[in-house]
Write a protein that binds this ligand. Structure first.
Ligand SMILES: Cc1cc2nc3c(=O)[nH]c(=O)nc-3n(C[C@H](O)[C@H](O)[C@H](O)COP(=O)(O)O)c2cc1C
Length: 207
């Protein structure tokens, strides 16, 4: 039985389109992708989905930097240089690996928040909105048969990486979304516990 069939099917609610829930439940992080190029227009379509995310006060706090070709290495090298400065004992091979980090996929979209000035609540919600945009991006990629993976790691917090991306003072990197056509590696099994530990039902349910 597929996952879709196991889900409780709400009887009284209208079913719109081709069941986007199946799409959401079918998404997996895809870490290994083919090096084949992805057209810019395809990435733009995914980004249209990203910016359709909910956004309190319509601050449009997201910033995206699309990296393909040599641009991936330029950002990776900025990271490697910063690492070499901070930890001169690091072996050259390790630094070379850092420089090549973003070349694991043909396209990497750096997703950042440009937080609103002032109110700390708005600033927090700006980052929440960017996280929602990243999920939209992952789902849109899945809907178009692309593999996608949200990655962070040390690069995401490195000021020289932010500078190499052309981000502004105060911007934060929320995700590097790696995009590519999936290779033949079967996706990992779904890794969530059940709802029992994380949902409290009050006045409704459990089903
Ligand atoms: C904020 C955030 C940061 C993440 N950073 C990494 C990362 O640096 N490396 C990685 O392999 N996966 C990263 N992931 C992906 C998770 O590991 C992945 O979503 C998780 O294993 C569940 O798998 P699934 O996406 O297939 O459901 C990140 C996810 C989130 C939400």
């Amino acid at each position: 039985m597929g996952e879709d069939a196991k889900r409780p099917q709400p009887e009284e609610l209208e079913r719109v389109g081709d069941d986007p829930l199946a799409l959401i439940l079918g998404r997996r992080s895809v870490g290994r992708v083919r090096p084949d190029a992805i057209p810019a227009a395809a990435v733009a379509e995914l980004l249209e989905a990203a910016v359709a995310a909910p956004n309190h006060h319509l601050t449009e706090p997201w910033r995206f930097v699309v990296l393909g070709g040599d641009a991936r290495r330029a950002v990776g090298e900025a990271h490697a240089r910063a690492m070499a400065r901070g930890r001169p004992e690091l072996p050259k091979a390790g630094l070379a690996k850092e420089a090549a980090r973003l070349e694991r996929a043909p396209v990497v979209v750096a997703c950042a928040v440009h937080p609103s000035a002032g109110d700390p609540v708005t600033r927090r919600e700006d980052r929440d909105a960017v996280a929602a945009a990243v999920e939209n991006l992952l789902l849109a990629a899945h809907a178009r048969g692309l593999g996608a993976m949200w990655r962070t790691g040390a690069m995401a917090d490195e000021p020289e990486v932010r500078a190499a991306l052309g981000l502004e003072e105060g911007d934060e990197i929320v995700a590097f979304v790696y995009l590519g056509r999936p290779d033949d590696t079967p996706p990992a099994a779904r890794s969530r516990g059940g709802l029992g530990d994380v949902v409290t039902w009050r006045g409704l349910g459990p089903p």
